[in-house]
Ligand binder design. Sequence first.
Ligand code: NAD
Ligand code: UDP
Length: 369
Amino acid sequence: MSEEKTVCIVGVAGFIGSHLLEKIIRERTWNVLGCDMVSPLKIQQLLGAEKKWAGRFSFTQMDIVKEPAKLKELIKQSDVVINLAAICNPSEYIKQPVNTINSNFTDAQDCINFCVEHDKHLIHFSTCEIYGRPLSSYGLPADEPKNYLLDEETTPMIMGPVSAQRWCYACAKQLVERLIYAHGTENNLKFTIVRPYNWIGPRMDYIPGVDGKDDGQPRVLASFMTALMKEEPLVLVNGGEVFRTFCAVEDAIDAVMKMVENPEKSQGHAFNVGNPDNNIKVADLAELMINMYSEITGKPKGTTRTVSGVEYYGPGYEDSDLRIPSMRLIQQQLGWTPPTSLKSAMEATMKVFIEKYADKVADLKRGQA
Ligand code: NAD
Ligand code: UDP
């Protein structure tokens, strides 16, 4: 049994926060101090619903930028701080680049400084996007692993020009990683950095018009689910020619738990957390989801339509074309390998989305007719 601890989760009411909280509350005896600026809809089921959990989890609704004193108090009371708070949806990088940079760089600084001041282990969420595009995208031989596998300790980070505002998120994340690393060397900050590769699962993002902005553009999983349930074509941005590796959120959460429980092996490192076996072209993901949705619901197969990136997201959109994580470091330090296939993660996730939303989306469609 692991030792007792208090974990502060900043951004606990989001997608990853909700899964991390659930794992800790159900499978450990630790206390959790959670905060988020949004209301805790995604973690409602854990908010005092069962007596056995009572007293182990407290939630504070707050914007960490507006209430630094409260954040400091939560951090002071914790052993480990996991910072998930960020704007991390590509549709926002172009609509609100200043907020994106502030959210991912400036707003993370209180958390870092309080961890330095109170000597806490900070587990900070970055992104696989900090690598930009792999060397194979710049003409180096695509069959040599060093040109496409993204390795924490050897791969250079190459992004598009400043005018391609898509990269403002990745640059802000990269700079905050460098700041955290600098605090590690200069001020003995105990840190671990997580670079997620397209984690997927229930509670990811929202369905526009049902539980989010009417005109919102969620990330690809929720976007494709929205189209399937509304019986509209799935949008393939620039033909869906780029690749992503998808990782089941429950596998990824196990990696984070290993980081919390093995500080001597996780501190001082930035880790890729993804599943290289689940690499797929976005257009093929659409086809997989169309077929799976039809099998699950018995409805006719959906269709796709292509839209340019600039049309869909706005001027300044560029895309990562390939992101395959090297597993070298995380296997060496934490012995972690993600077991779940894309098909099995997708099927489980789609069933939860359908159960939660299909009727509401049908009502929405009827209301619009
Ligand atoms: P999410 O948007 O579902 O969760 C982020 C949460 O942070 C939200 O609930 C939001 O309300 C909260 N938040 C943002 N700013 C805040 C503030 N100022 N004060 C209080 N709360 C605030 O996103 P997620 O998918 O759970 O991602 C979490 C982290 O992981 C982010 O840092 C993101 O950049 C990183 N990440 C995730 C993925 C992925 O696959 N999901 C991929 C790459 C990086
Ligand atoms: N995408 C798409 N259709 C959509 C939403 C996204 O083709 O409805 C593409 C997007 O252009 C990108 C990939 O899917 O190439 C993954 O996008 P997502 O927003 O999930 O996040 P990213 O991996 O780019 O951070």
